[in-house]
Ligand binder design. Structure first.
Ligand code: ATP
Length: 328
């Protein structure tokens, strides 16, 4: 244990995700457990630049484990991208006697933390909070499991209508660069096809596949489409294309959008957040810095921030095969 870390700040940055509050709670309580002072930074890096701080104790985080979003608010800060902005942030941290910070966010937030740590020799630790699950060094990011459950519940409801009217539904889910949400919810909700950024199914194959399932007796279908699907067409363009080529199809589109980000975190995300918060604080106390806490092969592990930012999180190829078999 190092005696150098007596006061730790915690902030949420980038897009919010369910489980961030549980992670804040864990960081605050782990600090209290180890008699380390804890300070909350509001509005991400922008709040750090403007000195928007609040002292926290174990009771400051009562009744938040079950809440979505982030009680600390999140923000995207252009000022933090500049050396002047980061210098202001550093001065505020020093004024407050803060020795290290834990940032809960995505790869942009980690890049900011890395640059800051290099410039000022300041200890930092990252916790991956994003629903997209697109961060290297962890099999699960905070909020991903909750988002999967939200999407599957929505698709189950859409299916009721699809069946009742013999319709084809394109459901767009989040995932500009990664198809984790689309692939897992597609399998979990029994979709006919799943379009993801990592694989180009091609328009012809999509039509063939829909036709095949129609001939095999299916009268309704769900196609799950990630925002950044490789075919490169929006769900509305896909609808038009299918209708032009198959005028007999009754096609509808649902864009799930921000409902995927909100809501009560699942038990899995709450437990993950609790474990990650403990590891982040204890690693800082041990004198470690510049790592992201991840969860891989049933273990909480540290990955250097640089690797987490540069590495690519791969789609589960075996699950792709499972999805192909399931649509037989
Ligand atoms: P999400 O996955 O939800 O997009 P994120 O953490 O990747 O989350 P970003 O908006 O990319 O979200 O980054 C959050 C903040 O981190 C930015 O608003 C900025 O303040 C800081 N940041 C990102 N990239 C850099 C950088 N290259 N230099 C300094 N700060 C950065």
């Amino acid at each position: 244990m190092s005696d150098n870390i007596k006061k730790i700040a915690v902030l949420t940055s980038g897009g919010d995700s369910p489980g961030m509050n549980a992670a804040i709670r864990s960081v605050v309580r782990t600090c209290a457990y180890h008699n380390v002072e804890c300070v909350a930074v509001y509005r991400g890096y922008q709040g750090m630049i403007e000195g928007d701080f609040k002292p926290m104790n174990a009771r400051s985080v009562n009744n938040i484990i079950n809440r979505g979003g982030t009680i600390l608010k999140s923000a995207r800060s252009n000022d933090f991208r500049t050396p002047e902005g980061r210098k202001k942030a550093y001065e505020h941290l020093k004024e407050q006697g803060i020795d290290a910070f834990v940032v809960i966010g995505g790869d942009g937030s980690f890049t900011g933390a890395m640059i800051f740590s290099e410039e000022f020799g300041f200890p930092v630790m990252g916790i991956p909070g994003t629903i997209d699950n697109d961060i290297y060094g962890t099999s699960f990011t905070l909020g991903y499991d909750t988002a999967l459950n939200t999407v599957v519940e929505a698709i189950d409801k859409i299916r009721d209508t699809a069946i009742s009217h013999n319709r084809l539904f394109f459901v767009e889910v989040m995932g500009r660069d990664a198809g984790h949400i689309a692939l897992n919810t597609g399998v979990g909700a029994g979709a006919e096809e799943i379009l993801i950024p990592e694989e180009n199914l091609g328009l012809e194959r999509l039509l063939e596949s829909l036709e095949r399932s129609r001939l095999s007796g299916k009268s309704s279908s769900i196609v799950v489409v990630a925002e950044g699907d490789k075919i490169g067409k929006s769900v509305f363009e896909l609808k038009e294309y299918v209708e032009q080529n198959h005028p007999d199809y009754d096609v509808r589109v649902t864009v799930l959008g921000h409902i995927q980000r909100g809501g009560r975190p699942t038990c899995f995300d709450r437990v993950l957040a609790s474990r990650m918060g403990v590891k982040a604080v204890e690693s800082l106390i041990e004198g470690k810095s510049n790592y992201m806490v991840g969860f891989t092969e049933d273990k909480i592990m540290l990955t250097p921030l640089e690797k987490a930012v540069k590495g690519k999180s791969e789609i589960d190829r075996e699950l792709l095969r499972v999805s192909d078999i399931m649509t037989t």
